[in-house]
Design a protein around this ligand. Structure first.
Ligand code: ADP
Ligand code: ZN
Length: 605
């Protein structure tokens, strides 16, 4: 079953900050320019309005006692002059106000009659003047803030300075995820005793990609590895590498790895690696910046010495988005899928997060775990927090069942908006769908046996049926491919049979099946009517033009025949095992997950 998961985006705080400062600076600049323009307009207006009187002329007039009144504004060199017997005022620019005032007083003492009015500065003059005087300081302060922001010294050094130090988290703090932990024990061993591995000639594991949606515990498990091995944990988020200022991303990557080399053995954790590791493009600007950052990361990962004991863990919700170069051997060549917890996992996570909380004596978590299918670890942790708050508000001695249930409701309402909670209806549909795949595969000679069936979404799939790994094979037979089609269509067939309705959940199965069928005809020459010809429609459509429409129609008919036959076979198998379908689907709805042994028991009764 496939279902496009929403990809919740973590807000990019860093970028928001930069945008915020850019806006503030722009505003200040606009304001300054505006005021400056207003200031000059004002001054020009004064000039235009009034006729001017030369400075020497003014001095002469004053000495000749022909000036009646002088009006001046503090701080301004432009004064208004009223001459004896004239209506209109004139304007004069004086070189030095203070000296001028003193000179007037002197003249007065000498008996010259002149009225001197000194006005305080007008606001329109004060503001721009004030601003002009603090402008250099202002610009300096802004620059300093920007530089601090760019270098990540802001926010108490947390943003860019790698989070580092010995961690207290261990595997005990990670509930569920047993298989994933088992897979990672090896890494812990390696970090603890690298010499042992080197002696054996074992290659250093390098990069591990943790795939899963936010809140599923990727960071937690990475920290736990560091905690178990008692080595430093250096972490950074991919989005922090991406900067508006060119070149910084790459240098930041370099610094991060330099730091790691100094404290090795250690763990580097890169959250949201898709922010830097998205497929490279030939575009310019910010994207070339990305390319530089990604290239630097690749260089660093290739440049490890054999005795550097550094393991790089990276988290993403979108592994399919990553640049292929990142996934090559020696880089992130291992992927571990971190799925949301199943029923048992949820109960354990709730228990872990309840440890430091005051609980009512009879409180159990089983029913809460049942109600929270699809919740991530982070969301479950959140429920317990909410419950503690609610218990306080409700004046309870300790967290009671009622508080927990209310908390679930509260958190669920928030989640439903993001359509991330699995409804009972979806659960039922997925259960029949997955049971369908599993039962059909069980009855097909060439199909590998089931390892695990689950109705908890994983990656882009709404549920999944995992098959046991087969030995490596070089060739695939026609029967095998035909039966693969049957297994793929088992999901859809089960929906139709059990619910008498079909859903969009089978879309991915159908896509894969159609692709296989098409290849059988056009690539592997497995069609009876067309014979062993190669058309290669997918790669080269011109080839089809070459053969003409007639061949195209035939290919279509052959593909349809393969699919129809397979679908019919899937329906037949399921109809014959109707009771098993019901039983298995019902157990799936209850337990959400069935193992290989449990599955096979259904057929041994
Ligand atoms: P991710 O890195 O996948 O986004 P985190 O590791 O940051 O998720 O998980 C956030 C929080 O959710 C953790 O700090 C922890 O409190 C809780 N959590 C998630 N998964 C688990 C788990 N399996 N066991 C216990 N707590 C979990
Ligand atoms: Zn399916």
């Amino acid at each position: 079953m496939s279902k496009q998961n929403e990809k919740p985006k973590k807000p990019n705080k860093k970028k928001q900050d930069v945008i915020f400062y850019t806006i503030i600076i722009s505003l200040i600049l606009v304001l300054l320019v505006g005021i400056t323009i207003a200031y000059f307009i004002m001054q020009n207006k004064q000039k235009e309005d009034t006729k001017t009187l030369g400075y020497t002329e003014l001095i002469e007039k004053i000495e000749a006692n022909q000036v009646e009144k002088i009006e001046m504004t503090v701080g301004s060199t432009s004064i208004k002059v009223k001459l004896v017997g004239e209506e209109e005022e004139k304007k004069t620019i004086i070189p030095n106000t203070q000296a001028f005032i003193e000179w007037i007083h002197e003249k007065r003492d000498q008996g010259i009659q002149i009225e001197l009015i000194e006005k305080p500065e007008s606001m329109l003059v004060t503001i721009p003047r004030g601003l002009f005087s603090i402008l250099p300081t202002l610009i300096l302060v802004i620059l300093i803030i920007l530089i601090i922001k760019m270098q990540g010294l802001g926010d108490n050094g947390k943003v860019y300075e790698p989070e580092e130090g010995k961690v207290k988290v261990t595997f005990k703090d990670v509930a569920g995820l047993e298989e994933e932990k088992n897979e990672l024990v090896e890494i812990v061993d390696f970090l603890k005793r690298p010499e042992k591995f080197h002696e054996m000639g074992a290659k250093t594991p390098r990069g591990i990609l943790l795939c899963g949606k936010p809140g599923t515990g990727k960071t937690l498990i990475a920290k736990a590895i560091a905690g178990e091995a008692n080595v430093p944990f250096i972490s950074m988020s991919g989005s922090e590498f991406i900067e508006m200022f060119a070149g910084l991303g790459a240098s930041r990557v370099r610094k991060l790895f330099d730091k790691a080399r100094k404290v090795s053995p250690c763990i580097i954790f890169i959250d949201e690696i898709d922010a830097i590791g998205a497929r490279r493009t030939a575009a310019s600007g910010a994207e070339t910046e990305n390319n530089q950052t990604l290239n630097q990361l690749l260089v660093e990962m290739d440049g490890f010495d054999t005795d550097d004991t550094i393991i790089v863990l990276a988290a993403t919700n979108r592994p399919e988005m990553l640049d292929k170069a990142l996934l090559r051997p020696g880089r992130f060549d291992r992927q571990i899928i971190i799925a949301p917890p199943d029923l048992k996992g949820r109960e354990e996570i709730l228990k872990i997060h309840a440890k430091d909380k005051k609980l009512a004596k009879d409180l159990t978590f089983h029913s809460i775990a049942e109600d929270t299918a699809g919740f991530t670890g982070a969301e479950l942790a959140n429920i317990l927090n909410e419950a503690a708050i609610l218990a306080t508000i409700n004046k309870h001695e300790a967290i009671e069942k009622e508080d927990l249930e209310e908390a679930v409701r509260k958190v669920t309402v928030g989640l439903e908006k993001k359509s991330r909670v699995i409804s009972d209806k979806d659960k039922k549909l997925t259960a029949y769908h997955e049971a369908g795949h599993a039962i059909v595969s069980y009855f097909l000679e060439t199909q590998t046996s089931v390892k695990e069936i689950s109705i908890i979404p994983r990656g882009v799939a709404g549920g999944y049926t995992m098959y046991k790994n087969d030995e490596d094979k070089y060739y695939v037979s026609k029967t095998e491919m035909e039966e693969r089609l049957v297994a793929l269509l088992g999901g859809r067939a089960a929906e139709k049979l059990a619910l008498n309705d079909i859903s969009t959940g089978a879309s991915n199965d159908i896509q894969v099946a159609t692709k296989i069928a098409k290849e059988m005809i056009t690539v592997y020459g497995m069609s009876d009517t067309l014979g062993p010809i190669w058309v290669g429609v997918e790669d080269n459509p011109y080839e089809l033009e070459l053969y003409g429409e007639h061949i195209g129609d035939q290919i279509g008919a052959e593909v349809k025949k393969l699919i129809d036959t397979a679908y019919l076979k899937a329906q037949t198998i399921l109809a014959e095992n109707r009771d098993k379908l019901e039983e298995i689907a019902n157990v799936l709805i209850q337990k959400e997950k069935i193992t290989a042994e449990e599955f096979e028991k259904f057929f041994k009764m």
